[in-house]
Design a protein. Structure first.
Length: 474
């Protein structure tokens, strides 16, 4: 063996308990009872007793090197993946934005070559992002990219802000895309807001002179989420095997719409952000309140309650970040409802924050925490059981969370940006060691990764995800 991990709280397929994990050639070779192996059988032994051993985190919603104000872009994969590994995330999924005049295959190849290949410390995948009016020949290319290992298509139902055009898809085109996805084992990733209501509210707020970003939740509202979720879900329910992954669910209305469709037996999955589960629209009124915002908007404590309930029941399957890492100067460069910079710096603290909130503060089982930050994203997007699980044959992406490393978060200790919305938050554990395919890439404060480590992951979605509402603990 290359590495032997000995722990008394190891999250495996057989539950959380005392296990030995043997690693060879980047893979998990054996998961065995304590005392199975002699230390002399391994090149290195990691004593993880008293700690929590989990599969590496998966963030299925990242925007690296994404256009930002003043001609800038958000942080590249080189920087974001480094922060991700420090926080225990070993896989990220970004977006390849289709542009008119190019094929979908060219879109993917260009995004990989320009942004990711040889520039990422962790493993990564790509969603295809379709925008605007879609020519029929592009829809016809979707089966080809699914076969090539890119089975997830991102769609907007809104332009999000007034100055944008050509982002949202018409429902006729969405209907056509869903039919192709349903026939070819794909899934639609939806940014769902009601465009008519959002744009009406922008105009109304402008007329009333209430244009400060503090009013964002009135524009990107609970009602907008309710209307858009129910419309897109109803459309999908009328297309055979049309699976939906509803991104950055922020409101009770969204959770309810997802739960009701899942109860009817449809393959609908919800994602939220740790931002949405812990901050409210009141935080917009704090100094530099823009740092708490990503689109659609923060909501209320009542919505928090629904999000946490949804995580327990399965309406919310995964916790992502919608990560767009920028310097503070860029993040606070807009202060109006129509120019506030979206995205957030939350990739690194995602796992420790969620461990604190689920296992420690709420007493949830470690298995549910692992589902939310890793396993369910792997299942939904076709990475399981290669990723998201500690089991023989899986990639040895493993994180040793140490409760002895309790700390209050500070931007000076993080690696994403020169600010953090999580400043002062007390986490109950922090990664002591992060392994990527059996290689130690973080040990304490030391970073041992290499931008050539990251591999592009081909994905294939499993039948249970497409045929019904999987990823539910009930």
């Amino acid at each position: 063996m290359d590495i032997l991990i000995r722990g008394d709280r190891v999250a495996t397929l057989h539950g959380v308990g005392a296990w030995e994990v043997a690693i060879k050639n980047g893979k998990i070779a054996v998961v065995a009872a304590p005392g199975t192996f002699d230390e002399r059988d391994a090149g290195r032994v990691i004593d993880a007793r008293g700690k929590v051993v989990i599969p590496g985190g998966i963030d299925p919603h990242i925007h690296c090197k994404f256009p930002q104000p003043m001609g800038t872009t958000s942080a590249p994969p080189h920087d974001v993946s480094r922060a991700a590994l420090f926080g225990g995330t070993t896989t990220m999924i970004d977006f390849a934005v289709w542009e008119r005049g190019e094929s979908l295959q060219h879109t993917l190849e260009k995004r990989d070559a320009d942004c990711w290949r040889g520039q990422c410390h962790c493993d990564y995948g790509l969603h295809v992002l379709l925008t605007g009016k879609i020519p029929p020949e592009i829809i016809e290319q979707i089966p080809e990219v699914i076969q090539a290992g890119f089975p997830s298509i991102k769609i907007f139902t809104t332009e999000v802000r007034p100055e944008r055009s050509n982002w949202k898809l018409d429902y006729g085109d969405i209907w056509e895309v869903l039919q192709v996805l349903g026939k070819n084992d794909g899934i639609a990733c939806i940014h769902a807001e009601d465009n008519d209501l959002v744009m009406h509210m922008y105009e109304k707020m402008f007329r009333q002179g209430r244009v400060g970003f503090q009013h964002m939740s009135e524009v990107h509202s609970n009602l907008s989420e309710d209307l858009s979720y129910r419309r897109i879900i109803r459309l999908a329910e009328n297309v055979e095997r049309a699976a939906l992954y509803l991104m950055h669910t922020s409101a009770r209305s969204g959770v309810d719409a997802i739960a009701e469709s899942r109860a009817r037996g449809f393959p609908i999955y919800g994602e939220t952000l740790h931002h949405y589960a812990l901050f409210t629209s009141d935080d917009y009124r704090r100094p530099n309140g823009q740092i708490y915002h990503t689109y659609p908007s923060l909501k209320t404590k009542s919505d928090h309650k629904a999000l946490w309930q949804g995580m327990q029941t399965g309406a919310i399957s995964a916790i992502a970040t919608d990560g767009i890492c920028t310097p503070l100067a860029i993040k606070v460069s807009g202060d109006r409802i129509d120019n506030t910079v979206g995205g957030n710096a939350g990739v690194e603290p995602r796992l420790p924050v969620m461990y604190t909130e689920t296992v420690v503060n709420r007493g949830w089982p470690v298995e549910l925490f692992v589902d939310l930050v890793s396993a369910n994203a792997a299942r939904i997007f076709g990475l399981y059981p290669r990723k998201g699980v500690i089991a023989p044959g899986a990639d040895a992406d493993i994180v040793v969370l140490d409760p002895g490393l309790r700390r209050k978060l500070s931007k000076d200790d993080l690696h994403e940006a020169d600010y953090s919305p999580w400043e002062g938050y007390a986490v109950a554990a922090w990664p002591q060691i992060t392994l990527l395919r059996g290689k130690p890439v973080v040990e304490g404060p030391r970073f041992l990764g290499d931008p050539r480590d990251g591999r592009l992951l081909a994905r294939k979605i499993a039948e249970p995800i497409l045929n019904g509402p999987a990823c539910s603990r009930g």
